[in-house]
Design a protein around this ligand. Structure first.
Ligand code: ADP
Ligand code: MG
Length: 200
């Protein structure tokens, strides 16, 4: 078990945008930097990474010891099963520690006022376990508010629905109209500390 490290900086990235706006493209570039990587691969798109079942995951990560690994879990298509799997994956991550966790399309496993316990633990206390998160969503108004509120970085591409633009603009402290103007792969990149905002 990794020790609790209170000196770690939080690294919670929220990657938002309508389908095709470059969420996975950005995520792939960022996760290439991780030495210990676990991907919740909802759409089975990270083919270059070893797929592990949820059942095998704890053993696989224990085997790695303090070393590096890159693995992915392909969730079940059954919503109830998927929910249980997600919680198990999150709890495993917290138990092992020092992991970059990529979670694709969070609205399938979290809701605005309901986050699975394991996921809530990652959001609130993952920093102390060296857990970094990159979570994506095409519908930010439909994912848990604590996650958006805890984000240290938000990359927001074009969003089609007013409620989504409003939810993100509120966290960034900008006008939703600034998000409405985005086209193609354009995005607004926001960081919490220091507070920065730029269009990329
Ligand atoms: N900044 C970019 N420049 C060039 N191509 C991009 C860029 N962002 C995404 N793409 C391409 O556009 C397509 C959709 O991007 P993707 O990241 O899968 O979108 P999303 O995950 O938001 O649905 C992919 O083929 C991807 O390679
Ligand atoms: Mg994608």
């Amino acid at each position: 078990m990794t020790k609790v490290d209170v000196t770690q900086k939080a690294d919670i990235r929220c990657v938002l945008g309508a389908p095709g706006t470059g969420k996975s493209h950005y995520t792939k570039a960022e996760m290439a930097k991780a030495k210990r990587l676990l991907v919740w691969d909802l759409e089975d798109e990270y083919e270059h990474i070893d797929a592990v079942s949820v059942q095998q995951l704890p053993h696989r990560l224990h085997q790695a010891g303090a070393g590096g690994f890159k693995v992915r879990v392909i969730p079940s298509t059954d919503a109830d099963k998927r929910q249980v799997e997600f919680d198990l994956v999150c709890r495993t991550i917290m138990a092992i520690g020092k992991i970059t966790f990529v979670a694709e399309e969070l609205r399938f496993v979290t809701q605005p006022s309901k986050a699975p316990a394991g996921w809530a633990a990652i959001t609130l206390r993952g920093r102390k376990r060296g857990v970094k998160v990159i979570g994506t969503s095409q519908r930010p108004a439909s994912i848990d508010k604590d996650f958006l509120g805890s984000a240290t970085l938000i990359r927001c591409g074009a969003l089609n629905y007013p409620e989504d633009r409003k939810a993100v603009a509120a966290v960034m402290g900008i006008d939703p109209a600034d998000i409405e103007k985005l086209e193609g792969y354009q995005a607004i990149l926001w960081t919490r500390t220091p507070r920065t905002i730029k269009q990329v």
